[in-house]
Ligand binder design. Structure first.
Ligand code: SF4
Length: 429
């Protein structure tokens, strides 16, 4: 039976009253956490992701990443075959051999992630012990860490959370308690550079990003670290940062003109930046971002949107669509709802939106088809049947593969939703 649980309004000046959330448990349609490798391997340029998994796992990330045959990729799969599954082979010996071969061939690798999968978990291969053993044998040249991307344990964006959470214990301790801003969550380099410029103009002295672009540039953490989440799915990473002395800044996520300004303002206020200075640095950028949305507003205003739970970006994106391009939200589903991390976002959502957490996919499909939304945001597995039923879909995975954060990407974010409408309108002609 589906439980309906009230969520109290989070703190803030724009409270939206008591909300109800539909909680469902049943069959779900989401990608596993291996998918995160597709954007993480581009970010940390001297890291390598070795999935310990099956041919299915290898196919998933190869096709998701669209690897060119002549590229030198920064990920691979060590295939567990039938002999391993039957316990006839020593997987640890095999893993040590594969890692030694890889590191001999690729001297540029400084950080190696062993990534667990469903098969490695089924045979109870202890990758944390393997990572410790391999770290000792390949230290100091290479640090070896492990995390799970298994579909048994993770949904698609939790792979990034698990990866960063495995990295936090390796971050150096901060030498003193001087203030430092840490931006947490993988951002495209172009977006990171834009934010770095804005923080510099605002007068921030020490701004670091996690994940860094290089394993040799791990940001320190400790007293004085205030961190700003750039992604809403980093629950474990945030918890471990706090265990190391980091303090989270309460903010929405930097999506759209409003989200970006509020996100930057949370940092500026926490670091005592003069509000006049803040206005000087952000006002023109904010105004340009608002103006850039105009061309999409005509297409998107009044359009009814339904979100299936997938990326955990659903609530911030729904807030952007409702407040900045005037969409109507029918249902906003999310795999997990982290009340603290999303409290400001929840305050900003229209009061009458149906929120749902978790999934019983058949029931949710029935609700979606009955509602006949103009745009349905969902995973790849649901898109084809919904399109066949005459609905217009947006693949949620694109929200991770496309730079969407910050002022200069606000129009690109709106464009991601306007394009499928345009495509359907052309097909109709
Ligand atoms: S980790 Fe599990 S869900 Fe993901 S591709 Fe491998 S077998 Fe499939």
């Amino acid at each position: 039976m589906n439980a309906i649980t009230p969520i109290g309004a989070a703190s803030g000046v724009e409270g939206c009253g008591e909300r109800v959330i539909l909680r469902q448990r049943g069959q779900r349609e989401v990608f596993c956490g291996l998918t995160g490798i597709v954007w993480l391997h581009r970010k940390i340029q001297d890291a390598f992701f070795l999935v310990v998994g099956s041919r299915t796992c290898a196919h998933l990330i190869q096709s998701a990443a669209g690897v060119m045959i002549f590229a030198e990729p920064r990920f691979a799969t060590a295939i567990i075959d039938e002999r391993d599954l039957a316990g006839l082979a020593d997987c640890n010996e095999e893993l040590d051999r594969v890692v030694a071969q890889l590191l001999a061939r690729r001297p540029e690798i400084k950080l190696l992630f062993l990534v667990g999968s469903c098969p490695s978990e089924v045979i109870k291969l202890d990758l944390s012990r393997a990572a410790q053993r391999l770290s000792q044998s390949h230290s100091p040249r290479v640090r070896v860490l492990n995390y799970s991307g298994s579909g048994i344990e993770t949904t698609f964006t939790q792979g990034e959370d698990a990866c960063l959470a495995s990295l936090v214990p390796s971050l150096p301790a901060k030498a003193d308690a001087t203030p430092q801003l840490l931006v947490v969550g993988a951002l495209a380099d172009v977006v990171e550079d834009q934010f770095q410029r804005i923080f510099s103009e605002l007068g921030f002295k020490d701004v670091r990003f996690l994940p860094p672009r290089s394993a040799s540039d791990l940001p320190p953490v400790g007293p004085g670290t205030k961190y700003l989440l750039a992604q809403p799915f980093l629950t474990d990473t945030a918890r471990i940062l706090e265990e190391r002395g980091g303090v989270r800044l309460e903010a929405p996520f930097p999506l759209g003109a409003e989200g970006t300004t509020r996100w930057l303002r949370a940092a500026a206020e926490a670091f005592g930046i003069d509000p006049v200075k803040f206005q000087e640095v952000t006002a023109a950028r904010h105004a340009r971002a608002v103006a850039s949305l105009d061309k999409y507003k005509a297409d998107l205003a009044g359009k009814r949107v339904f979100f299936f739970p997938d990326s955990q970006l659903e609530i911030p994106i729904a807030r952007f669509l409702a407040r900045e391009v005037d969409c109507k939200l029918i249902e906003v589903g999310t795999p997990y709802l982290h009340r603290q991390h999303l409290s400001v976002e929840l305050d900003l959502l229209p009061a009458d939106v149906q929120l749902s957490e978790g999934q019983d996919v058949d029931l949710q499909l029935d609700r979606c088809i009955a509602a006949r939304p103009d745009i349905t945001v969902c995973g790849l597995g649901l898109a084809n049947p919904l399109e066949a039923d005459g609905l217009t879909t947006k693949w949620s995975i694109e929200l991770l593969f496309t730079p969407i954060q910050g002022y200069e990407q606000a129009a690109d974010l709106a464009g991601l939703f306007a394009r499928p409408l345009d495509r359907r309108a052309r097909l109709r002609v």
